[in-house]
Design a protein around this ligand. Structure first.
Ligand SMILES: O=c1ccn([C@@H]2O[C@H](COP(=O)(O)O)[C@@H](O)[C@H]2O)c(=O)[nH]1
Length: 238
């Protein structure tokens, strides 16, 4: 099937599996499609750095989605170790504050060897968080968009490359932080797909129309009986 290579490179497939073998099977089924691979907690805690290395050896761009949130010194050490893995992107929580985010960048400087510098991005408000949950359970007043923008501005001030947010907030983030400030947007559901635990969602085509840099898609591909067909249908839709 013919597809837009530029769009394929901007689709991050969330490899949310318990075992390396399951993730390897998914990656094999997508062979030839140059999507970005996202390794999250479930797979990394089980399969570890060697799985990341295998993806890199196969030529994939890798986003290590471990969402670090700790004291600055610990995040600095984590960022140093992650940088040594040679990933292309990793993230921290903006809620850890400016000093913590700056510490992540210091860790990158320490861990940098010959390879490329990874992009460091900050999680704003998780895409599973609704307005009611944010206001009433977490205790943050105002709109989700305002909270996301505050975090985005903080991340920009700290020198990070971008943020994780929902596609609903992309236009305001770009207006506020500039077009080069990267947006990575989960909460993506093809029309009619089960939303599951996500709250702030858009279709792949709508998200790209907002101007997002990357969309993150997990279960609509990984839970499909035909993952390659699901990804091809998404590519056709954008
Ligand atoms: O705010 C966030 C931050 C990260 N994620 C991650 O993206 C994928 C989404 O998976 P789906 O199956 O498409 O819902 C998953 O790995 C999350 O950990 C997010 O959803 N929202």
């Amino acid at each position: 099937m013919a597809f837009d290579k530029n769009k394929a490179e901007r689709i991050m497939v969330a490899l949310d599996y318990a075992h390396a073998q399951q993730a390897e099977a998914l990656v094999s089924s997508l062979a030839g499609i140059p999507c970005y691979m996202k390794v999250g907690m479930q797979l990394f805690y089980s399969a570890g750095p060697s799985f990341v290395q295998k993806l890199k050896d196969q030529g994939y761009h890798v986003f290590l989605d471990l969402k670090m949130h700790d004291i600055p010194n610990t995040v600095k050490g984590g960022a140093e170790s992650i940088t040594r893995l040679g990933v292309d992107m990793f993230n921290v929580h903006a809620a850890g504050g400016r000093t913590m985010m700056e510490a992540a960048l210091e860790g990158v400087d320490k861990g940098l060897q010959a390879g490329n510098r990874p992009a460091v991005i900050a999680v704003t408000q998780l895409t599973s968080t609704s307005l009611a949950v944010m206001n009433e359970e977490i205790g943050i007043a105002g709109t989700v968009e305002d909270a996301v923008l505050r975090y985005a501005k903080l991340a920009r001030t700290a020198g990070l490359n971008g943020v994780v947010a929902s596609p609903l907030e992309v236009v305001r983030i770009k207006e506020t932080c500039g077009p080069d400030f990267m947006t990575v947007t989960p909460g993506i559901r093809p029309a009619g797909a089960d939303i599951g635990d996500q709250s702030r969602v858009m279709t792949p085509a709508e998200a790209f129309a907002q101007g997002t840099d990357f969309i993150v898609i997990g279960r609509p591909i990984t839970a499909s009986p035909d993952p390659r067909g699901a990804l091809e249908a998404i590519l056709a839709s954008v």
